[in-house]
Design a protein around this ligand. Structure first.
Ligand code: BEZ
Length: 387
């Protein structure tokens, strides 16, 4: 009996020691982002932004070193569960940063919720992530799809357009962005007519452009991003439509794409929670540091990666790196933090989505120049979230 007791006490002491040791080893950070396909450049920018913010804090999280684990999600929703489980089950990471594609993010959010793994979404806008699928351990540093759609819809209505035709990829991001656009555009007196779409990541736009030329709406509202946005803006111009039917979009249409889009993008008006020329000391410092470090200009994706790290740092620093043992305190700190973002300061909604300003931007040269505010402090409604 005495021996059994001694063994049990010893085992408890050893377990406690191992837990303490685990909390002094590196924090395991899983990066699940696209490294291939039409969104590859977006994933690269997110990773660069994330690592820049971490480097600015001495390369540590709450005083602990970081060990990175990476998975290329290929922007393929059918592989999302297997891919995210490589990080959750195989690598046993403490936190996951990902991803870009809304369909993949839905699979990740389910796995994160089921396993109670901390997840920070640095782009994908799937409304459900901070709606019906919301959870204490799921955060977003970017936007909900509804937000930029709603902001752009208001700008289009203010411009006096009455008949709008949306055109997008047929998946959650496209459909939800169009829904947000329609809500604000119709509130402002406009009417959304025929909805045009094509499967993701298809870029054969010709038949749809022919339909636009025939229907002649007052404005086309497009959601595309990455390589698809480059091809769409060029094709729209080449079809001669730019002179007859104004093109607008949520800002992803022209973000990180302008060098490749060239003359075809000049003058395009979009709305987004970031712009290249927000002339504040905070944004200027971020842009200079990014340019010096990576020899490239940051875009909205780099910004969102940077702010995902700022959110994680706020939580990890509050618990001095004890990201597992003091998870509730880490989450509480993340929930109430005000992020000093280069986009402007923002807080999180009760569903953990940024409440933030949306800017009107106009393409001038290689920049999305901010020309005004579309909506101030726009909060996602968080419909369906029970937390
Ligand atoms: C999305 O799938 O949620 C998305 C992808 C690229 C840009 C913006 C949103």
């Amino acid at each position: 009996m005495k021996n059994t007791l001694t063994f049990a006490v010893g085992a408890i002491a050893l377990a406690a020691h191992l837990t303490a040791a685990a909390q002094t080893g590196p924090v395991k950070v899983g990066l699940m982002l696209p490294a291939t396909g039409t969104f590859a450049a977006l994933g690269d920018m997110i990773e660069k932004g994330f690592k820049l913010a971490i480097d600015e804090q001495g390369g540590k999280l709450g005083g602990r070193e970081i060990q990175y684990f990476k998975v290329d999600d290929e922007s393929d929703p059918s592989k999302a569960t297997d891919n995210v489980n490589k990080l959750i089950k195989r690598d046993q990471v403490d936190v996951i940063i990902g991803t870009v594609h809304s369909g993949v993010a839905l699979g990740m959010a389910k796995a994160a919720k089921d396993s109670n793994t901390l997840l920070i979404v640095p782009n994908a806008g799937a409304d459900a992530v901070t709606g019906p699928m919301c959870a204490p351990n799921i955060f977003r540093s970017s936007f909900s799809n509804w937000q930029p759609g709603y902001a752009t819809g208001g700008v289009a209505a203010q411009k006096g357009y009455k008949k709008a035709m949306p055109l997008t990829w047929n998946y959650a991001a496209g459909a939800e962005t169009v829904k947000g656009f329609k809500e604000a555009f119709e509130k402002g007196g406009g009417k959304v007519t025929k909805d045009l779409n094509l499967p993701f990541p298809n870029v054969e736009f010709q038949a749809l452009l022919t339909q636009i030329a025939a229907e002649k709406p007052d404005v086309v509202f497009a959601f595309f991003a990455g390589g698809g946005a480059v091809k769409f803006v060029k094709d729209y111009d080449a079809a001669g439509l730019r002179k007859t039917v104004p093109l607008m979009g949520s800002g992803f249409l022209t973000d990180g794409t302008l060098e490749a889009q060239g003359a075809s993008a000049q003058g395009l008006i979009t709305a987004l929670h970031y712009g290249d020329e927000i002339n504040t000391p905070r944004n200027n410092a971020f842009r200079n540091k990014f340019a010096v470090t990576y020899k490239a200009n940051p875009d909205v994706y780099a910004l969102q990666g940077y702010d995902a790290a700022q959110m994680l740092l706020a939580g990890a620093n509050a618990v001095k790196g004890d990201v597992t043992g003091k998870r509730d305190a880490l989450i509480a700190a993340m929930r109430k933090v005000q992020i000093d973002s280069p986009r402007g300061k923002f807080t999180l909604s009760p569903q953990h989505n940024p409440t933030q300003d949306f800017y009107i931007r106009e393409v001038k040269g290689n920049y999305n120049v901010v020309t005004g505010i579309a909506v101030k402090a726009l909060a996602d409604p968080g419909r369906g979230c029970k937390m």
